[in-house]
Design a protein around this ligand. Structure first.
Ligand code: GCO
Length: 497
């Protein structure tokens, strides 16, 4: 396994070492030179040459009439009720309860208490004017041990949630797996075990039977790459492993699980649509050297093509396979027919965009733009344009949905009961402007979901980072519309920014 594979991006951790270093010093070139060379070499999207163009609040940009304005959450991050109604233990329960794994020892035991307060939260979504709500289903609520009969009380919760969405005119979009693997399955090998992909398909079939066409859009696996990189390379997410050889076998099994779930939906004869949710990162060389260009190409393979190519074209990228080597567990783990399953036709592709990546000649990462409170996140709205147009250019006119985009800001609830998160408004407006430009240039983007509806449990960062449109006062569980929520409600009402 190459050095690049081992040093390859560890999302949410790797950039913190350079946090205080000026961009030009990190890159070793002037910022202007980097923009020109980096984008010219890496990305044909020409709006990227001037990242400031997307930001003017004076230009009104209207979205297509039926555009799906949404917001997103995931089960472990908001539900709490860790032991209610027969829910089993997930790897995030055991991981977060292990001392030293999360900031302040935070866990999702209570989170935003959404399991109890879902009706109030549904009303808030209606007040916001949402047209689409993306949530995830907790596998250990449905199958506490990851196999066997369904736990009806778990299914009933999601039935109530889906019914409540329909009653309020909001389209449900459900993710089947947002990282909360039943601990019992981890104990038998977790995603390193091929069998877990088949257990996932069984679980998916139970959920499809119960909720059927009440859910018009299903997403299979959320961000397989983050499981690979954070769960198995850096180890700062559950299950906390640091094993590159295992990591890419896990990537293959996650992709296989995705394909098997697509097949399980088709087997029901459902008219609902289905696709994967990939976090994609546009990769740019940090300088104009041949080495940086080559390193960027391989980064792109690991960050994007590993997932996109297998799901959409039925092959893994040759450069990544060569880099992993024929004796890697992943390459040895690919069986005849797997790629046909993985590339089962899908109906839409969910794209999650947060940050670009700049790659140095030595295969490291560099910082080019200011970061948010999340040190791994460089704020670069034109990356949204670049990644959306690139997917359409390279993979054709498959319908796209943005299922996550957002940032954490230092939100404070004032004595008057307001939260002035103007940085979030600027961020979302700029990224929506980039998405709007992508639509104008032919990208079939049908909806956009802000991450996140509510402040919530941000994995290893616990409750310290606030990503919501709606502020959650954790001691009281009071919800407060932030300034950005008021702004987003107006955007939805206007169908324009
Ligand atoms: C992810 C997840 C979300 C995160 C969000 C902010 O992208 O990692 O889907 O659960 O909370 O991205 O980091």
């Amino acid at each position: 396994m190459s050095i690049l594979t081992r040093r390859h991006l560890l999302r949410r951790a790797a950039l913190s070492a350079t946090a205080a270093t000026p961009v030009s010093a990190v890159l070793g070139v002037s910022a202007a030179a980097t923009t020109a060379t980096g984008l010219a070499a890496c990305q044909p999207g020409d709006s990227a040459a001037d990242p400031a163009t997307a930001t003017s609040p004076d230009i009104r940009r209207s979205f297509p009439p039926d555009f799906g304005w949404g917001a997103a959450t995931s089960a472990y991050q908001i539900e709490g009720a860790a032991k209610e109604d027969g829910r089993g233990e997930s790897i995030w329960d055991s991981f977060s309860r292990t001392p030293g794994r999360t900031r302040n020892g935070d866990t999702g035991d209570v989170a935003a208490d959404h399991y109890q307060r879902y009706a109030e939260d549904l009303d808030l979504m209606r007040d916001l004017g949402l047209r689409s709500y993306r949530f995830s289903i907790s596998w250990p609520r449905i199958q506490p041990d990851g196999t066997g009969a369904a736990n009806q009380r778990g299914l009933d919760f999601y039935r109530r949630l889906v019914d409540g969405l329909h009653e309020r005119g909001i389209a449900p979009m459900a993710t089947l797996f947002h990282w909360d693997l039943p601990q019992s399955l981890q104990d038998t090998g977790g995603w390193e075990s091929r069998d877990v992909a088949y257990r996932f398909a069984d679980y998916a079939a139970i959920v499809f039977d119960a909720l059927g066409e009440r859910v018009p859009v299903w997403l299979t696996i959320n961000e397989p790459k983050t499981v690979v990189q954070n769960g198995y390379l850096s180890g700062h997410h559950a299950p906390g492993r640091q094993d590159p050889d295992a990591a890419y076998l896990v990537a293959h099994h996650l992709q296989l699980a995705h394909g098997l779930a697509v097949g399980a939906l088709r087997a029901t004869g459902s008219n609902s649509r289905i696709g994967p949710a990939f976090n994609l990162h546009p990769c740019y060389p940090a300088d104009d050297s041949t080495e940086a260009a080559e390193a960027t190409r391989l980064y792109d393979g690991y960050e994007n093509r590993l997932y996109l190519d297998s799901a959409l074209t039925g092959s893994y990228p040759e450069d990544v396979l060569a880099d992993l080597g024929p004796n890697s567990r992943m390459v040895r783990g690919i069986r005849d027919g797997d790629l046909e399953i993985i590339s089962s036709p899908i109906d839409l592709l969910a794209v999650q965009y947060y940050t670009p990546i700049y790659v140095t000649a030595s295969g490291g990462m560099a910082r080019r733009w200011p970061t948010s409170e999340a040190q791994w996140q460089q704020i670069y709205p034109d990356g949204m344009y670049d990644i959306l147009t690139r997917v359409t250019r390279d993979y054709g006119q498959i319908p796209l949905t943005v299922t996550e985009n957002g940032l954490p800001t230092p939100d404070v609830l004032s004595a008057e009961g307001t939260v002035e998160d103007h940085g979030r408004i600027t961020f979302l407006r700029d990224h929506l402007a980039a998405a709007h430009q992508a639509i104008a240039d032919g990208v079939p983007l049908e909806s956009f979901h802000v991450w996140s509806l509510l402040d919530n449990f941000e994995w290893a960062e616990g409750y310290e980072q606030r990503w919501g449109l709606i502020y959650v006062d954790y001691p009281t569980q009071r919800r407060v519309f932030k300034r950005s929520a008021h702004w987003y409600r107006q955007v939805i009402a206007d169908n324009a920014i």
